[in-house]
Design a protein around this ligand. Structure first.
Ligand SMILES: Cc1cc2nc3c(=O)[nH]c(=O)nc-3n(C[C@H](O)[C@H](O)[C@H](O)COP(=O)(O)OP(=O)(O)OC[C@H]3O[C@@H](n4cnc5c(N)ncnc54)[C@H](O)[C@@H]3O)c2cc1C
Length: 701
């Protein structure tokens, strides 16, 4: 019976249809935290095995995705985390997605990860951010019910084949001599647990300790050890293992969280209401609906700080230890103290966000602070809507160790330690989505390595996950790293609408982390879109004929050339529905994909141009770069970082430049265009001479 319930539950979770209340009922009936039928071990003595293919340390957003991904690729996996109850906990903001981050959620979902479906289950307010810009940079986002999110993640993990969960704290990584056939100075062999000092072996491991590695909590002038309020830090032994035993370079970063406010004490009538989208858009490609019905969604509210807020911050700086420290915090999610110090005299936005369907708390986004609790209350009450507010949990800051991610390879394996993978905040990132994306990729590669399969990497031309990892391992971090669409040079191709086509087929055929049912759906969509594009290309008419056929479309009458239906779809005001009603016999069967086809039509020419540029780069790899280029004054769009690297290394060829740390495809295109454009002049004058000199210097002639 237990097995049948487990299978049924898992199947339903994979393929739910939210509008069927029956699933809610089944979940209510069968959901039991730590249900005994699942392989969960509370103490080390309980656990069934002494050896696993993969051990994942930490049950946050990176760890849960890593454990699930390793199990999906076929590895016998153990997830060890300090508290089973906090698996999938949202440490800070009750929200998922956003600009750049939403793209990551879609990509994790396309590789069969958990967070997209968890977001659809737990979301209480859905919106697409950046709608005024093109669909390539739209940001799917949701406010979440914390409890529902945590429960969903735990239910998924508990039902995952090949995965065991152990409650415990890891104090030491066990290592031995490296395998001589592979690069590296050590080889990971297992872990030691704090409680009783028992050891468990594995040849692959993913470390995802988040904000817990030597974590310290700050509130006013009080500092205490901790990784998150109510949770102890990772034991000192683990930091020692990484630094002293393995010789890894670490750094220190910080972040903070706002006080949680009792909703009943807030005068919401004094704040501006922010409604969700009328029709929620699911994160997951498998879901047609979200669990929350459109009319059941909760609003957010917008209010602003006053001069009184600034005064309290400035007057109490001496009582605020966290803010006095040099440690770098998240630039794009700053505390109210940092905002006031950076932009004095301004009023700052504060979003009042629901914490869940039944929660009586509000999360004041924008008011992250580390003042003493009495001053936090005084500060809140300077805001009109919060003048009677009461705090349930005060805000606090956390400082933690991270491992400099340039010590990792693109598979997220530590270069000098065979079998050791790192993911999430431990790599210097911030945010659930960044953690989930790395966790999934580290889990895939840890699983593959344990099964003697080659580790894989994702290119930045293919995915935001590739951009994130390439940035981390190529450039490292100097402050908590968060994703933005501007980090992706190929963002018009890496859209939130097409992550399934980019990743699910590869995820099934090559990587092995995608289920057959998701693969089949992605292939169905891919084939249907291809057929629809072919059909649209085959319909071609003059603009006059199109105007006759479709009525008042915005195509110039003077346009004498023929336009295909696909080209016409690029125009403002032309919809796929209009084309389908004009040519029902060949287009109406594709109406299901009308929005995707419109987006595809808009971006296709640009994406094709980018593909041609990439091909050009490959063909031009041997193109010489003049040795006397002044990279700092080059009149092209290159970042300061890239100019510094080029100036320092002075690569001889374009191919050598592409392999430099931190070089992006966009920078290479800029360089290629510049050298091609100026090449002729230079060859006529000094170019040849310089190339000869370079060869001589290299001993080439
Ligand atoms: C106070 C605070 C403020 C934050 N503010 C923001 C913000 O403003 N914006 C933002 O985007 N993000 C913020 N975050 C960060 C966000 O919570 C993280 O980015 C995200 O949770 C990172 O996921 P992770 O999986 O790397 O780590 P976490 O979610 O931190 O999970 C780490 C897990 O590892 C476990 N663990 C640690 N050490 C051990 C061990 N030795 N043995 C076993 N288990 C262990 C922990 O119990 C925990 O379950 C904040 C976090 C905190 C704590």
């Amino acid at each position: 019976m237990a097995v049948v319930v487990s299978l049924l539950q898992h199947r339903l979770l994979q393929e739910w249809e939210f509008h069927t209340d029956c699933l809610m009922l089944l979940r209510k009936l069968f959901w039991r935290p730590n249900h005994p039928q699942f392989p969960i071990c509370r103490t080390v003595c309980d656990f069934p095995l002494k050896k696993y293919d993969v051990i994942v340390v930490g049950g946050g957003h990176a760890g849960t995705e890593a454990a699930a991904a390793a199990a999906r690729v076929g590895a016998k996996t153990l997830l060890v985390t300090q508290k089973i109850q906090t698996i999938g906990a949202l440490s800070c903001n009750p929200s998922l997605g956003g600009v750049g981050k939403g793209q990551l959620v879609r990509e994790v979902d396309s590789l069969d990860g958990l967070c997209g479906r968890a977001g659809d289950w737990a979301g209480v307010h859905f919106s697409i951010l950046n709608r005024s810009k093109g669909p390539a940079v739209w940001g799917p986002r949701a406010q979440l019910d914390r409890e529902l999110y945590r429960q969903f993640i735990q239910t998924e993990l508990h039902a995952m084949p090949r995965l065991t969960v152990l409650e415990g704290s890891v104090e030491e990584l066990l290592v031995s001599e490296p395998n001589p056939d592979q690069p590296g100075q050590h080889r990971v062999t297992g872990i030691r647990i704090v409680d009783g000092g028992q050891t468990i072996s594995s040849s692959s491991m993913v470390l995802t300790t988040g904000t817990f590695l030597s974590g310290s909590l700050f509130m006013g002038q009080t500092t205490s050890p901790g990784g998150r309020i109510g949770d102890p830090p990772s034991c000192v032994g683990l930091s020692h293992s990484l630094r002293e035993k393995l010789g890894l370079r670490t750094g220190r970063l910080r972040t903070g969280t706002p006080p949680r406010i009792i909703k009943a004490t807030v005068q919401l009538s004094l704040a501006q209401i922010n409604a969700p989208d009328k029709q929620p858009t699911p994160f997951s490609y498998l879901n047609k609906h979200t669990r929350c019905k459109p009319e059941e969604q909760l609003p957010c509210y917008l209010t602003h700080t006053t001069p009184g807020v600034e005064r309290i911050v400035m007057e109490s700086l001496h009582l605020n230890t966290h803010i006095q420290q040099d440690t770098k915090g998240p630039r794009y999610c700053p505390s109210i103290e940092s905002r006031v110090l950076r932009f004095p005299g301004r009023s700052h936005q504060v979003w009042l966000e629901p914490e869940g369907l039944t929660s009586d708390l509000l999360y004041p986004q924008g008011l992250s602070m580390t003042l003493p609790p009495d001053l936090q209350l005084r500060l809140l009450r300077e805001i009109p809507a919060l003048q009677r507010a009461e705090i349930q949990i005060p805000g606090y800051g956390v400082q933690y160790d991270f491992v400099c991610p340039t010590q990792l390879s693109p598979s997220l394996q530590v270069k000098r330690v065979q079998g050791l993978f790192l993911a999430g905040q431990i790599n210097g990132t911030t945010g659930y989505e960044e953690a989930a994306a790395q966790g999934l990729w580290a889990g895939v590669n840890a699983g593959r390595t344990a099964l003697s399969l080659p580790a894989l990497s994702l290119s930045r031309t293919q995915s935001y996950i590739g951009v994130l990892i390439d940035d981390l391992v190529g450039r490292g971090v100097t402050e908590p790293y968060r994703m933005f669409t501007s980090r992706a040079e190929f963002r018009t191709a890496l859209r939130p609408d097409n992550a399934d086509l980019r990743l699910s087929p590869r995820g099934f055929e090559e990587i092995g982390c995608v289920s057959e049912c998701r693969y089949e759906e992605a292939v169905r969509v891919r084939d249907a879109l291809r057929d629809a594009l072919t059909a649209m290309k085959s319909i071609s008419m003059s603009s006059t004929r199109w105007r006759e056929k479709l009525g008042d479309v915005n195509v110039s009458e003077s346009k004498s050339t023929m336009l295909s239906a696909l080209e016409l779809l690029q125009y403002n005001g032309v919809t796929f529905e209009m084309l389908a009603s004009a040519f029902p016999e060949c287009l109406s069967k594709h109406l299901e994909f009308s929005q995707r086809l419109k987006i595809e039509a808009i971006y296709r020419p640009h994406c094709e141009r980018q593909v041609r540029e990439m091909e050009r780069i490959r063909e031009e790899e041997s193109l010489s770069l003049p040795l006397d280029i002044d990279y700092f004054s080059l009149p092209v769009s290159l970042s300061r970082e890239v100019r510094e690297v080029l100036d320092h290394v002075r690569p001889h060829t374009l191919g050598a430049a592409t392999r430099l740390r931190g070089m992006t495809p966009a920078a290479i295109v800029q360089l290629l265009n510049y050298v091609r454009k100026t090449g002729q002049d230079r060859h006529g004058k000094r170019g040849k001479h310089i190339e000869m000199a370079a060869l001589e210097k290299e001993g080439g002639i």
